[in-house]
Design a protein around this ligand. Sequence first.
Ligand code: 3UK
Length: 518
Amino acid sequence: PYNLNLPEQFNAADYFIDRNVREGRANKTAVLCEERAFTYGQLQENVNRFGNALKSLDVRMEERVALLLLDTEIYPQAFFGAIKIGAVPICLNTMNRPKDFEYYLNDSRARVLVVDASLLELIEPIRNNLLFVRQIIVANGEAPAGDLSLDELTADQSTHLEAASTCSDDACFWLYSSGSTGAPKGTVHLQHDMVYATETYGKQVLGIKEDDYCFSAAKLFFAYGLGNGLYFPFGVGATAIYLPKRPTPDQVYGTIHRHRPTLFFGVPTLYGQMLEAEGSMDNVRLCVSAGEALPGDYINRWKDRFDLDILDGIGSTEMAHIFISNLPGDIHAGSSGKVVPGYEARIVSEEMTDVAPGEIGTLLVKGDSAAAFYWNKHQKTRQTMMGHWVNTGDKYYQDEQGYFYCAGRSDDMLKVGGIWVSPNEVESCLIKHPAVLECAVIGAPDENNLIKPMAFVVLKKPDQSATHMEAELQDFVKSSLALYKYPRWVRFLDELPKTATGKIKRFELRNMVYSQAA
Ligand code: 3UK
């Protein structure tokens, strides 16, 4: 076990922002975003302005403040501004659809929503359905009548603000995590969690130091990006580099060339795309991959091309960040690596006993960055947070040397480009199409062996043209769910394989795909 020795009264904004100024880094660059640069001194002033602005709107301790923001300097300002007054920021995935936001905002009862002007169109269709949001603050652009502009709101606020007297076990921030069934779960992290992840993975695995420049292509609204681009760099007084745009290989290589990061964070899909594109890694000393397993082939090709390692590691929203990882100088391609110092892991059978090396079981993990609970989801909390141990829902095995290997999920959830997709949700969408009688969605490997959703569909009228229907069904899903969820392939069957009790035999569908691939 790892003792942080934090004082009982502890505020994460004081630790990650004010401490940098106290320790003499007021003039050091905290954030680089496009052509703009902000020092820790400026960041602190902006955090304080934002915290005071929330107070002027009567936001109080423990109340939620939802953030629907691109990766810009506004992100740390709003995130730590809320935390500093004891309010609780919620980082929302900007790729979701209006009805997803209606759920997040009503479930969390956020009082204030801070939204980038370019994302306001995601909120307009559901604005009248919001039960608890009392004020919308618009960043990086003009606010419609009734909303407030962040610039105008913060302009006159004081640059001084004392941190609220939160304690180290107070709620600090939330992230929404989706499961195979049921609504997404508000995952409640505590004030000390970011410190724990920084002290363990950040310092011991990445060896992050004050002179590092961190660039995360994975966005700040993911637990992964939040550590990479926000609390790891601020935890050691380093510099964060933000890219507000979509992380295409060109944008990513361009940002690397312009701002010269030393640490780079991506997901497997992006590494695959970057390997196909031109560009260089300039000043990068170490690359990290997470979100889904990294194909070993990418590690070797990356090493050949850039003479750089990619560290694959598994993390989760519930654990805040990575808890099993490869280490610099000790990389096992195809493995998730070993337990990060400060965490413990077990692989257990259905009877909850430890399995022998080589045997597959469920991965449990323990460590003090674990979320406290899921908001208003008591049963799901109990299933996942088992005392000290958190059930990842992942199937893993360990070899004789202690390296961990992933072997699928215990539910049907898919990781697509590092982001959760519930086959259930895609099926529920497809079934609404008038031509669809029945359907099943599974994960299938693409040409790079990365998983993407594949749909099996039984049509009401089987004679409909398959090529036309494939495109139509794909467009149908794209029009109602977040884009990354659509089935990349649609296969038409006369009937779905079912058990005697009428359950779809997903493993048979999987076998069909894998035997064809082989
Ligand atoms: C899967 C991996 C194999 C695994 C995350 C780094 O992905 C993150 O959080 P999520 O809550 O998903 C967690 C689940 O994703 N997974 C993640 N990384 C790997 N599987 N190899 C990997 N390297 O199923 C896990 O349970 O979206 C990643 C840091 C913080 C994070 N939240």
